[in-house]
Design a binder for this molecule. Structure first.
Ligand code: SF4
Ligand code: SF4
Length: 505
């Protein structure tokens, strides 16, 4: 149980925010435990005033869960901190239905079925790891005996890679990313048309008491929940798997069609028909139509227009990151033109300034003195810009869950863990996570990445060690499982399992 030291408690509610079970409240500015507290100790660790104390006592009507090192003390009818186990009639039982049907989209083959016989979602965890995995199931697939071993593995080596389709500048690479003021990750690189965040990883997960919010964030993102993150000296991000990112309160619509140079290359023919010049603003490369090789290809000669940015190669310029058009600093399109050589251009010539998504576009007219002014868009220019927009894909947030099962998590599968690692790298075992195919990183260990959009919904959980919990399936032929020294005495047939699950219901 947890004791509140009343004269130390200041009613700050940090414990309330961090409790995974909503088992503590603040009444009259003092913390008060509810009857579903399981003594997991998170609140004790996050309290800034040491006002909570853990008393390790299994009292009447409670049971200690032994499925992970946290050891929740669970009252009758209540659920442990990871929400996977319930104390029911004097027993600790799994409370999530075992998801039998795998959803992997990889086709089956006879020698190595790519589809696990069951998923690990709802399977629970056996602890310590020398115990066989919770379910080891066998079936006969097209004349071949196949085994799937499943476990919900607590992984302190885990995280999420978040791909945000946007041209917007969200912050500097390396900038810390926070949730509720706690560091949960960082901006890593810009990738094609997108910004990447890394959330979690072993160091942040074990970063004192802030690891709880890190674990929660990885799981919320992986389970498709909306999460609000703040980049240090950068943007506020609202992120949800498969949905458009919201950056500083603005919903992103389109992913760029390419950089400014690529946009010129793709649309030079159309643009050359409707304007004398075009500048495509992009945070990576700004394109200038008439100077670009694509402009020459469609019969243009250089107009003498110099765009904003520093020249790189023909028709390609580098700008600065900013919150303006195309992720550059330009907020007023006339500023996209640095100068005009009136020996090459003449008054009345037109310049289109657009983003690579075509979402923002303006038409400029060159004046007698070489300055430019904005004029109304013509229908034909609008159509050319629409062509760019129509070619763009929608902006989405995509989450990749990453983890490592190369350590103790192998114990439940076989007593010879190195054999498991080697067989996975040789593709003799098909590893899936929540039914989805994984990419195994080369080199040592079993470091994997998985697209959460392909996983069974709400597949991941977390435990207050802290670690995230990944449902992992290993599928192989029975012969291979025997060769690995697997726990063959624990194998049950899929038919037996289905019968057992039916009886449980
Ligand atoms: S011990 Fe765990 S379950 Fe109980 S109030 Fe604290 S955080 Fe919540
Ligand atoms: S957090 Fe660990 S000890 Fe608590 S219920 Fe879950 S598996 Fe059991």
């Amino acid at each position: 149980m947890i004791e509140v030291i009343l004269d130390k408690c200041i009613g700050c509610k940090i414990c309330v925010k961090n409790c995974p079970l909503d088992a503590i409240e603040v009444v009259d500015r003092k913390a008060r435990l509810k009857d579903n507290c399981v003594t997991c100790g998170i609140c004790v660790r996050v309290c800034p005033k040491d006002a909570l104390e853990k008393v390790e006592e299994v009292t009447g009507g409670t049971l200690r869960c032994t499925h992970c090192p946290v050891g929740c003390i669970i009252p009758e009818g209540k659920t442990g901190a990871c929400t996977r186990y319930t104390h029911s009639n004097g027993e600790i039982i799994r409370n999530r239905k075992l998801v039998v049907d795998a959803i992997t989209r990889v086709p089956e083959s006879i020698n190595l079925p790519y589809k696990p016989l069951i998923t690990a979602v709802g399977s629970g965890t056996e602890y310590p790891c020398c115990k066989p995995a919770p379910f080891i199931v066998q079936d006969n697939i097209q004349g071949v005996d196949v085994v799937t071993v499943v476990t919900e593995a607590p992984l302190s080596y885990s995280g999420a890679k978040v791909k945000i389709d946007t041209n917007m500048h969200i912050g500097e690479e390396g900038a810390k990313v926070k949730r509720d003021g706690k560091v949960v990750g960082m901006i890593t690189t810009e990738e094609y048309g997108a910004k990447m965040l890394t959330i979690g990883g072993a160091n942040l997960l074990s970063n004192g008491n802030d690891g709880f919010v890190v674990a929660r964030t990885i799981v919320d993102l992986s389970n498709g929940r909306r999460v609000i993150l703040k980049v240090d000296k950068g943007s506020t991000l609202e992120l949800q798997q498969g949905e458009a990112p919201v950056i500083d309160g603005v919903k992103e619509k389109l992913m760029r069609v390419g950089c400014g140079s690529a946009t010129i290359g793709l649309f030079a023919r159309h643009l050359a028909k409707v304007v004398n010049e075009a500048i495509v603003l992009d945070y990576h490369v700004i394109g200038l139509l008439s100077e670009h090789l694509a402009g020459e290809e469609v019969g243009l000669t250089y107009t003498g227009v110099v765009p904003y940015g520093v020249r790189s190669t023909r028709g390609r310029y580098f700008g600065q990151h900013g919150h303006g058009w195309g992720g550059t600093e330009i907020v007023n399109p006339v500023d996209a033109v640095a100068s005009v050589d009136m020996n090459r251009s003449k008054a009345g010539d037109t310049i289109l300034v657009t983003e690579t998504t075509g979402q923002k576009a303006a038409l400029l007219e060159i004046q007698e003195d070489g300055s430019v002014k904005e004029i109304p868009m013509t229908e034909e220019v609008l159509n050319a810009v629409k062509l760019i927009s129509d070619t763009c894909e929608e902006s989405v947030v995509s989450i990749i869950y990453t983890g490592g099962t190369g350590g103790s998590a192998r114990g439940g599968v076989t007593s010879f863990p190195r054999k498991l690692t080697d067989a996975i790298h040789k593709e003799e075992i098909n590893m899936t996570v929540a039914g989805a195919p994984v990419f195994i990183l080369p080199g040592g260990g079993i470091n994997f990445m998985v697209d959460v959009g392909k996983m069974v919904p709400e597949a991941t959980t977390w435990v207050p060690t802290p670690a995230t919990v990944a449902p992992v399936e290993y599928t192989m032929t029975r012969d291979k499982y025997e060769e690995l020294g697997g726990h063959t005495d624990k194998i049950i047939t899929k038919a037996e399992l289905l019968k057992r699950l039916e009886e449980e219901e």
